[in-house]
Design a binder for this molecule. Structure first.
Ligand code: ADP
Ligand code: MG
Length: 729
């Protein structure tokens, strides 16, 4: 039998690192080379147009369509200087990844020739007949029109010969069909609500911005080995594979020396990412073998998300040049670390960071505590929804499964902050703050600067940890569009801040002093949100029990977790902040359930195919080799001797027979379970059937396949093994 696995292993182990030629300039010089950024806007746009456009970008001023043509002309001019011939609206439908449809700049000139044309109309809005994108029933196919509309706050960029224009994607009736539209609405909502609250402390604050710094984890696998694993190719993860004897036990991969071939890939990737304006900063080996991380400097949330989407597609492309495939799946290999995408989130005003602890003045410190506590309030109130926002068929393997963080959202604060909140809660209000005439307010708050000491013992088990000047949402999946969770967080924060302000204003109306009113409401909230605060070990079993007692959402089933989007509290939050309507939410959940079902369906089919085409044939082939050996033994030796000598082989023959039987029956049951589930019309019920009845069978079958891998001769096994997938590079 020809063994594709051996060829793959041989090919993979022969590869040398690719020589990557770095640009002559320094990174600071080629950063943003292919981005229509401020400098280029200034160069290619008339002065008044430049002014108007930056006003739109910086201050959210209304975009006046009359400048669209001038902007388009400037962009086209710059693009053509860079050899660009096409343009595309670049958007983020409810699939994974981004979508684009390229059009050439050319138009007929009316005289039998062609001219290069790009008008403001084409820049600003386009009709995309994209009826095949998931929309949860918002668009019937006969009304397939969807519109993409330019998002001027995220600059256009060039990939190869194409000018890419970041856009939102909405239906004919105005409903969002993507991630960006509701994200932008949530950023607006949190801006408005937070600015209002900031003005208690500083009346000059004009704008509040949400920041995001993501950390992208990923695996690399040699391309030849990848091609020999149909499960990796079709589902993004290994559906089978016995543990490698050595994996991550020695902790020798984390922050270890980066392998040469990987280093070359990273270098290439970073150069191209920097040219696209993605401010790459950190790269390192992660915990599992062949697992790595890339983190840029944080940016404004919307831009950061576009950059993450762009980076993920760039990674895939660059990896192939280096003979790798990048795995963004949250759990490509059982038994070792999965991949997440920590979302470092914070708010800042046009004058400074809001979640930065050590303020110089008492006002700053009080403001810090308000924003801290209201973040906790949002996370507490919507903990189930936040969990839904990061949940997916793939991330479910990380959360609440064999690996932390658990499928329970809680927040880590550290000792100093915990003491600070306790102090504010119980201290005599008169002692807590006193008004000192012109000197302003004195606030008896323990030394906040000490907080930084706390940053060193950060709790790695917490899904939502405070880390000095930001919250780190660690439950987000490596493959996810960050917008999905960020828009929930922003909306929840907008709601909490609005609610906070209403209560403070009511007290002020009753004649209470502003600071006193703020502290009263703050104390109330510190008490209310206590259940979300947990500094202990989030991986422990006791925590699950404790979290249940505290009333936190402990649901483990992915399709049921999606229900949280349709809770009345959630709908109220989304509608009151203007982020999403009930019908949008209903439609999105249809998509979520459908996606879940399809993912498990594909896994089940691949499992069936691999079992029938690889596992059973290989195991029975080996079994017959052994059987031949046993028969020959009886020919050569006398019965007693032969009995003794064939004892081991007979045992293996029997084990193969038993396991292949279980596997075959399992595959039949799997097919039947799918048939039953496929008949269910309701998307939610169907997803639940896939979760409850189909998914567990995949795991059972796997168990027996992995046992077979241990006993079948290595030279017959056709699928690259874990030790090869993770250690050959
Ligand atoms: P670690 O792995 O220790 O959490 P990294 O350095 O890998 O830290 O990543 C931290 C991320 O947090 C970076 O993207 C960084 O830019 C980002 N970050 C730092 N400060 C803030 C902030 N105030 N708001 C949002 N993100 C921030
Ligand atoms: Mg981090």
């Amino acid at each position: 039998m020809e063994n594709f696995r051996f060829q793959a292993v041989t090919e993979a182990s022969k590869k040398a690192p690719l020589a990557v030629k770095a640009p002559k300039e320094r990174p600071s010089e080629y950063f943003g080379k292919y981005v229509f950024n401020r400098a280029k806007m200034q160069k290619y746009l008339p002065e008044d147009v430049f002014q108007q456009l930056t006003d739109v970008i910086d201050n959210g001023a209304h975009f006046n369509r009359s400048i669209a043509d001038a902007v388009a002309t400037g962009m086209k001019h710059w693009a053509q200087e860079n050899g660009v011939t096409h343009y595309t609206h670049w958007f983020q439908p409810l699939t994974e990844g981004t979508a684009e449809k390229h059009d050439a700049f050319v138009e007929f000139d009316g005289k039998g020739g062609m001219i290069e044309e790009f008008s403001g109309k084409l820049l600003v809005q386009q009709e995309a007949d994209s009826s095949s994108f998931p929309n949860g029933g918002i668009r019937n196919t006969f009304e397939a029109r969807g519109y993409s509309a330019w998002d001027p706050t995220s600059p256009v960029f060039i990939i190869d010969d194409t000018l890419c224009i970041p856009t939102i994607f909405i239906s004919y009736t105005g409903e969002a069909l993507d991630y960006k539209a509701p994200l932008l609405r949530s950023l607006h909502a949190v801006d408005v609500a937070a600015t209002q609250v900031c003005r208690y402390f500083d009346p000059n604050v004009k704008k509040v911005r949400a920041n995001l710094g993501w950390e992208q984890e990923y695996f690399l696998v040699d391309e030849d080995l990848y091609h020999a694993r149909p499960d990796l190719m079709l589902t993004g993860r290994t559906l089978m594979g016995h543990d490698s004897a050595k994996n991550q036990q020695m902790d020798d991969h984390y922050l270890g020396t980066i392998p040469d071939r990987v280093q070359a890939f990273m270098k290439d990737l970073e150069i191209q990412a920097l040219e696209l304006g993605i401010p790459c900063k950190t790269r390192h080996n992660e915990v599992a073998p062949n697992q790595f991380e890339l983190a840029p400097i944080f940016e404004e949330c919307n831009l950061a998300i576009d950059h993450n989407m762009l980076l993920m597609s760039l990674m895939k492309r660059v990896a192939r040049r280096h003979g790798f495939r990048v795995l963004l799946h949250e759990k490509p290999f059982a038994g070792v670390n999965g991949s997440g995408k920590h979302n470092n989130w914070s708010l800042c005003t046009d004058t400074g960071v809001l979640l930065h602890a050590p303020g110089k003045t008492a006002e700053d410190n009080l403001r810090f505590v308000v924003f801290l506590v209201e973040t906790l309030m949002s996370v507490y109130k919507h903990n189930g929804l936040l969990k839904a926002s990061i949940m997916s068929a793939t991330n479910a393997h990380r959360l609440g499964a064999n690996e932390a963080p658990p499928a329970i959202i809680s927040s880590f604060l550290g000792t100093q902050l915990t003491e600070l909140l306790n102090h504010i809660e119980v201290a005599d209000k008169e002692d807590l703050f006193t008004l000192h005439g012109k000197q302003g307010m004195m606030l008896d708050i323990p030394e906040i600067p000490e907080l930084f000491i706390d940053n060193t013992d950060r709790n790695r088990t917490s899904p939502f940890a405070f880390t000095g000047n930001r919250f780190e949402f660690r439950a987000v999946g490596s493959e996810a569009n960050c917008a999905c969770s960020m828009l929930v967080l922003n909306a929840a924060m907008a709601e909490a801040l609005t609610n906070f302000k209403e209560r403070v204003d009511a007290l002020i109306e009753q004649g209470e002093d502003q600071t006193s009113a703020i502290i009263d409401v703050l104390r109330e909230d510190i008490k209310t949100c206590k259940p979300i605060h947990f500094d202990g070990n989030g991986y422990s079993e006791e925590w699950v029990e404790e979290a249940k007692r505290r009333g936190l959402d402990c649901e483990n089933s992915c399709p049921v977790i999606f229900d949280r989007y349709l809770d009345e509290d959630s709908i109220k939050m989304f509608e009151s902040t203007g982020v999403m309507t009930r019908s949008e939410l209903v439609a999105r959940n249809e998509v979520k359930w459908e996606m879940y079902t399809k993912k498990i369906q594909i896994e089940a089919r691949v499992m069936g195919d691999l079992t029938m085409n690889h596992i059973i044939p290989v195991a029975t082939f080996y079994q017959s080799q052994l059987a031949n050996n046993v028969a020959r033994m009886f020919e050569i030796f006398n019965r007693d001797e032969a009995e003794k000598l064939t004892c081991r082989n007979k045992k293996i023959i029997l084990e193969i027979a038993e396991r292949t039987k279980i596997i075959e029956t399992g595959v039949e049951e799997l097919i039947n379970a799918r048939k039953v589930a496929n008949k269910i019309e309701n998307e939610r019920e169907k997803a639940i059937a896939y979760h409850d009845n189909v998914e567990p069978m995949i795991e059972t079958i796997r168990y027996h396949i992995d046992k077979l891998e241990l006993i079948v001769s290595d030279e017959l096994w056709t699928l690259p093994k874990y030790r090869e997938l993770m250690f050959i590079r």
